[in-house]
Design a protein. Structure first.
Length: 309
């Protein structure tokens, strides 16, 4: 949906999901909201149509005066959680939206979206080259060589990237599977997660949770960008693919379905135990010095005096 469509009828946007990438926007002047969008897109929700998120959120707040959030669909509840996180992260944003015109709401959304898209573009550009260093066999060069500035020879076209992108549960070493993936005879949907998400690239058919999102490749990319694991997984998957442009219409990568399918799992209350263990694992990888083995509190420090009370 274009900005013109939304401006003519803001209510019409209510029927579209905001938690999908919107159309590309022309760059606008710098604004603090652009910087905030870079942060929010990396750390809270990566693939989002921000004008829709804001217009839907404001309308939903009005509806919630008579209808509790629990009565909305799961997709609408998730969308509203993202909306509330955005409001909480930027003081004064709710007042600006409530006092602003329809055009102002759309403009704010475009500024935030510009920042998120810019950060995603920067990450895509830098990962394209860096990922080759992380997947190279130790002490060896990738054979045949992969170009750092072009992705046409990646994806299932190359033995190494193909083996990492191969959906968990399939055997990349099977000639027929490999041929079907390379020819496009076998289409890979976003919810068919690639083997590189798993530690040591090993998938346990009997325990699909085992080592999920714990691969060294993801940790390397996380430290490179420093953001949420689901966003990192989406970026690494794109970096390994042969696609040159990060687009919501690219059926070969199906990035939105991939991203949302991971979120569906991680936000499922029935998976709380596994998700909690996974987050603990990630904290230990990224912040090893903040684990259980802590240094003793310094004597006579302000903290020690507070603790003595």
């Amino acid at each position: 949906m274009t900005t013109q469509d939304a401006t003519s009828s803001i209510l019409a946007k209510r029927g579209s999901s905001a938690l999908q990438m919107g159309p590309r926007k022309k760059a606008s002047l710098s604004d603090p909201l652009v910087s905030h969008g870079r942060h929010f897109g990396r750390t809270v929700f990566a693939l989002c149509n921000y004008p829709s998120l804001l217009t839907n959120g404001i309308l939903r707040l009005e509806q919630m005066e008579d209808t509790p959030l629990e009565n909305f669909s799961p997709e609408e509840r998730r969308e509203h959680r993202v909306f509330e996180e955005l409001l909480d992260s930027y003081p004064g944003l709710l007042d600006r939206l409530k006092d602003g015109s329809d055009e102002e709401i759309l403009h704010v959304g475009e500024l935030i979206g510009k920042g998120a898209a810019g950060a995603r573009g920067d990450d895509t550009k830098t990962l394209k080259s860096a990922v080759l260093d992380w997947i190279s066999p130790k002490g060896e060069a990738i054979q045949p060589p992969l170009h750092r500035n072009s992705k046409i020879d990646r994806g299932f076209n190359h033995e190494l990237t193909g083996s990492l992108l191969c959906p968990a549960g399939l055997d990349w070493n099977d000639p027929q599977t490999k041929e079907d993936l390379r020819s496009g005879e076998m289409l890979v949907c976003g919810d068919q997660w690639p083997i590189f998400l798993y530690a040591h690239y090993v998938y346990d058919h009997d325990d699909p949770w085992s080592s999920l999102l714990k691969s060294r490749l993801l940790v390397c990319a996380y430290k490179h960008i420093f953001t949420s694991p689901t966003y990192i997984a989406t970026q690494v998957r794109f970096a390994l693919s042969s696609s040159s442009v990060f687009s919501r219409t690219d059926t070969s990568t199906d990035s939105e379905t991939f991203y949302h399918s991971l979120l569906d799992l991680l936000e499922d209350p029935e998976e709380f135990k596994e998700v909690d263990e996974l987050l603990t694992w990630w904290n230990r990888q990224i912040f090893p010095t903040s684990s259980a083995a802590k240094k003793p509190i310094s004597a006579n420090s302000a903290l020690s005096k507070i603790r003595q009370k």
